[in-house]
Write a protein that binds this ligand. Structure first.
Ligand code: HEC
Length: 156
């Protein structure tokens, strides 16, 4: 008796699943257009310029271990959240000042000088990355460039 109920329940379940699948299945011709429309209207918030992409890389080699992954939630308690530091409510660093701090550091306060490991272009790229994170349009996570996507479409 219990087995019978179980079997019938299973069949009903399968039937419902099939109906739902049929109802949701896209009708002929439309899916490609619908997907394209979606792609055009949904903003790709991880798509970045080459400079910001490089900045993201430098960040996750040199800066994240104190200032936090994805430029948030600093790991070293004395290291500020740099999203806030470059925002209008924070220190609102113009690029030079961010640049100077990163270049010369504040060694007595635990912020290393990066001029030994990074050149000025790299520090500017880091700034662009942090600014994009601070402005909020760049979401946490690994960003990508347009050129990465083009390569992906080309490969078989
Ligand atoms: C070893 C830990 C450590 C690392 C790694 C580190 N920082 Fe810092 N950073 C700090 C600390 C601590 C402060 C706060 C210094 C102070 O109290 O004035 C700071 C402050 C700063 C400030 C000034 C923020 C403000 O509001 O005054 C900037 C800009 C900055 N760091 C950029 C960077 C960049 C860019 C990198 C990577 C290239 C980096 N930091 C890597 C520890 C670190």
């Amino acid at each position: 008796m219990r087995t019978k109920h179980f079997v019938r329940g299973g069949l009903v379940g399968a039937w419902i699943t099939a109906v739902v699948a049929m109802t949701w299945a896209p009708r002929g011709g439309q899916p490609a257009a619908a997907v394209a429309a979606l792609r055009d209207t949904v903003r790709d918030s991880l798509l970045v310029s080459d400079s910001i992409y490089q900045g993201w890389k430098w960040w996750h080699v040199y800066c994240y271990r104190c200032h936090g992954e994805d430029a948030m939630h600093p790991i070293l308690p004395t290291a500020p959240d740099l999203r806030w530091a470059v925002s209008p409510t924070g220190a609102n660093f113009p690029r030079d000042s961010f640049f100077n701090t990163a270049w010369n550091g504040r060694p007595p306060k635990g912020m290393p000088a990066w001029n030994v490991l990074l050149d000025s272009g790299a520090i500017q790229e880091v700034y662009l990355y942090v600014k994009a994170r601070s402005d909020g349009w760049l979401k946490p996570g690994r960003p990508h460039r347009l050129s990465d996507q083009q390569q992906k479409t080309k490969s078989p």
